[in-house]
Ligand binder design. Structure first.
Ligand SMILES: [Zn+2]
Ligand SMILES: [Zn+2]
Length: 106
């Protein structure tokens, strides 16, 4: 778990590493199944996923559609100008301040 700025939440939130993501992704599949096949209410069906996210990160529950986006590798490296993540690993410029990404930073 690491804390990073999430452009959608507009705040710094806990994001999961790849091991933690694997667990959440597996739960996401299971929960999707119980909603789609078992006819559970999405709020109820995705509860195990939201609880796992809270347990891993210590954060309050986040909407299940968005929670898998709190993944460290998915948000890209930090902007050289403002320090916010570039949103995607392939981003050419910073969505927050418009700074072009400098080549070969890593
Ligand atoms: Zn977010
Ligand atoms: Zn920036």
């Amino acid at each position: 778990m690491e804390e990073h700025y999430c452009w959608r939440c507009r705040e710094v939130v806990p994001m999961v590493d790849e091991t933690e993501y694997e667990e959440l992704h597996r739960l996401f599949d299971e929960c999707t199944h119980s909603v789609k096949e078992g006819g559970l209410d999405p709020d109820e069906g995705f509860k195990p996923l939201r609880e796992a996210y809270s347990r891993l990160t210590g954060a309050k529950e986040t909407h299940h559609d968005h929670l898998l986006e709190h993944r460290i590798t998915a948000i890209g490296p930090p902007c050289t100008a403002c320090g916010k993540p570039l949103r995607t690993p392939e981003a050419k410029l910073c969505a927050a301040c418009g700074q072009f990404r400098l080549a070969a930073r890593r």
